[in-house]
Ligand binder design. Structure first.
Ligand code: HEC
Length: 130
């Protein structure tokens, strides 16, 4: 009986997710599953997960501590790669959201930030943001 309930709950979640994805094309990106990153971005993905995902969320979907990057606000023409390097080196004073300030992130080299940016840009392209 319990097992049945568990399967039923899982199925319901799956069904509701699919339903909301189908009926609402503007549904927030957080409803979409994160596809695995291609090999070229897997190192950027690992670096992102250990240094940024705590606030910007797994798959850059955002969390209660920081914004998602799957947003027009962070497309390359609004926040170019330089903005990412600056954010990591100097931190960010809260201005777009109410999450508070982003602290500077130490222990991540410029080359590693480039890899993180590559991964974020890939996710953005996957979501039609470029
Ligand atoms: C402790 C939480 C936290 C961590 C960890 C974090 N960020 Fe942020 N980040 C934030 C918050 C909060 C904002 C939004 C500030 C605002 O605009 O209100 C932000 C904003 C940004 C922005 C936008 C800057 C701008 O000019 O508006 C970039 C780019 C960014 N983060 C990159 C990163 C990268 C890359 C990492 C990992 C190396 C990272 N962040 C790790 C909290 C965090």
């Amino acid at each position: 009986m319990r097992y049945f309930h568990f399967k039923f709950v899982l199925f319901s979640i799956f069904f509701l997710t699919m339903l909301s994805a189908c009926t609402n094309p503007d549904a927030p990106a957080s409803n979409a599953p994160t596809p695995p990153a291609p090999a070229a971005f897997s190192s950027g993905e690992k670096l992102f997960n250990s240094n940024c995902a705590g606030c910007h969320g797994m798959g850059a979907k955002g969390s209660d501590r920081g914004p998602t990057f799957i947003s027009k606000i962070y497309e390359p023409s609004h926040h170019g790669d330089g903005a990412f390097h600056m954010a990591v080196q100097k931190g960010v004073r809260a201005h777009h959201w109410n999450f508070g300030n982003m602290p500077k992130i130490s222990g991540v080299s410029k080359e590693e930030v480039d890899e993180i940016i590559g991964y974020i840009r890939w996710i953005q392209r996957e979501n039609g943001i470029s």
